[in-house]
Structures are given as structure tokens and as C-alpha cells.
Design a protein around this ligand. Sequence first.
Ligand SMILES: *Cc1c(COP(=O)(O)O)cnc(C)c1O
Length: 363
Amino acid sequence: MKELALSLGAYPAYVYDLPGLADHIEAIRAALGTTELFYAAKANPDAEILRTLAPHVDGIEVSSGGELRHVRETLPDKPLAFGGPGKTPEELRLARRTAGRIHVESPAELSRLAALGPADVLLRANLPLDTPNAALAMSGPFGMDEDALNECARLLEDNPHLTLRGVHAHLASGLDAPTMLHLAHRIAEWSLPWLKAHGMDDPELNVGGGMAVDYTSPETRFDWRSYGTGLSRIPARVRIEPGRAMTAYHGWYVTDVLDVKTTRGETYAILRGGTHHLRTPVAKGHDQPFEVLTATGPESPATLVGQLCTPKDVFARDVLVPPLSPGDVIAFSMAGAYAWNISHHDFLMHPKPTFHYLRRPAR
Ligand SMILES: *Cc1c(COP(=O)(O)O)cnc(C)c1O
């Protein structure tokens, strides 16, 4: 990665480690056993990333008509699941034709879908389960409570051309394996008897994504093996759809220093580009992990900022860096998920980063 990043000469750039990503996903796949693995495309829908993941996943979860068309074009044969609140009539029609599973968010949505014709559905449940320590609790507008799920069951009876396949739940993000596993078992305890009561003998249970990624500890990984082992005890066809924990680790945003200054005792390194290319540290409120690829020497504190005319344009605050000067190259790591694709890159009209891919040498 370092060699490729330094060879570029022009910044900012995104660099993706495709061999590293392939190995990571292959290890997740192996650790999960019989649990089905879908990738949540919204974490990073880059076509090269999708093609690298594809051989190791059972399918892709998409959350908009745009994602659906893009993934279908990139991976014509991969099974798709279509979710997301607020589906337009056009999206429902498209999903019915192309996605093997549609995750239904409300009774009204189920009625609209029923009017279009046959479809295979999972009902998205919003169960009253505690999600302590979650980075995000996905309650509020997402999914349905027990009353709405029961209303869906009645609608399904009246519309036998709709096939109920199971329950979908994505209740929180940023949880470790024991907490996620506990949650998955609580979801199963409610869902499986409910599905059985509605005549389902071979239920599917999609327990979502949200596996923790610790940006303060880039070496730490979610415990996929214990999660997979625990999930295998659930008597259903269990599926998960992680995003962040699959692709976060294998992207770098690489840029160079434009200016260094000390103002009222604070040292700032001003870098080419900014958080309009890498929104993650602002969105998550953290210091983005980084490596200085060029300078060496005794470290002292500095704040790494971008070129935007806002004090919020901070990659990392008061971090230790070697002596920096213009032209030094810095790589922000863990920029492979919710990074470029969530960034407001038209703000201030700076040039966009270029994209580069580390590949396995041909043998
Ligand atoms: C965002 C999302 C995911 C993926 O979440 P990660 O935190 O990236 O693992 C999975 N399922 C649904 C329904 C989502 O909205």
C-alpha cells in the first residue's frame, strides 16, 4: 500500500487494498459457517470492491433503486435483497423484478407491493430490545412494531401471491460479538414462534449488520467466529448483512501537506483536500487513524485539517506527528467504508481525489 501510495505523486487519492480485502472477506466467510453473508452496499459501492467481495458473499443488500441498478450492472448474477425506508413505486417495481428478497417496512408498503404482483418478502421488525453501547440505535422510523407486523400477517393472508420468507431486523450498529449475539437470540425468540404461528416451517432470519469497527484500535477485529458459532444455534436460515466491518479496513485516503503553522500555541498541518472527501471523522466524531508516509523525527502534537473554510474540517485533533513540511504525504487508514461515498465532495469545488487499486501480482 505504502509503495503504491507514494508512487502516485499527485494527491488527494483513494487507495484500496483489494488482495487484503479479499483475504479479510474470505476469513469472515470461513468463520461464519452456515450463516449466509450479504454485503450492505451502502458502506462502499465501488465497483472494484464489489467485484472483489463477490466470490465470498452469498449476496448484496441494496437500499435504493440507484444501488440496485449499480450492483445489478456490476454483478449481474448475484442475489440481491432490497431494503430501506420510503421506497418509491418505481423502486418497488424494480425490486420485484430483480431482488430475490424485499424487506418490507410498513403495512402500507406491503399493500403497495401486493398491488404490483408476486414477491418474496421479509418483514422488518422493530422490537423493543435494549441496545446498550450502540453507536446508532436503528429504531424510530425503521421497521414495524408487533401491531404492524400482525397487520402485515392479515394482509399476507389476503394476498397469497406474496410469499412471506421471514423476519428482518437491523437494530443497532457498533456492537461487539457477544452483544450482537445476545440481540440476535432475542430477535429469534420473538420472531420464530411468530413466524411459526403464521404457518412458516422454514423461516429466514436476517439479523442485519452493525458489527463494531474500533477506529481507535485499527488492529482490533469483530469476533466473527464466535458470532457465527452462536448464530448457528438459531433454528432458522440465518443471514447477516454487514457493511462497515467488511470494507472499512482496506481503504486509504492519501494526501499531502500544503502548509504548517502555529497559531496561538496550536500547530496545524493543512492538507490537500479535506473532510469533503473523507467525512468519516466528522460523521463519527473521531480522529481518523493515519500514517505519515514520508517524514520521520521526534513527534509533537498537531491538528490535521483540510482546505475547507470551516473549523469542522478536522481529520485528527492534537495528534502526535513527526516534523511536517509541505509535500509530506499522509495516509488516513480505515477509509474503506462510509468514507468517500458519504462525503459532500462538491463543497468548495476542489479537485476530486483519484482512485487506485492495489492488486495481487499476476503469477
Ligand atoms: C446500514 C445497514 C446495514 C449495514 O450496517 P453496517 O453498520 O455497515 O454493518 C445493514 N442493514 C441495514 C438495513 C442497514 O441499514
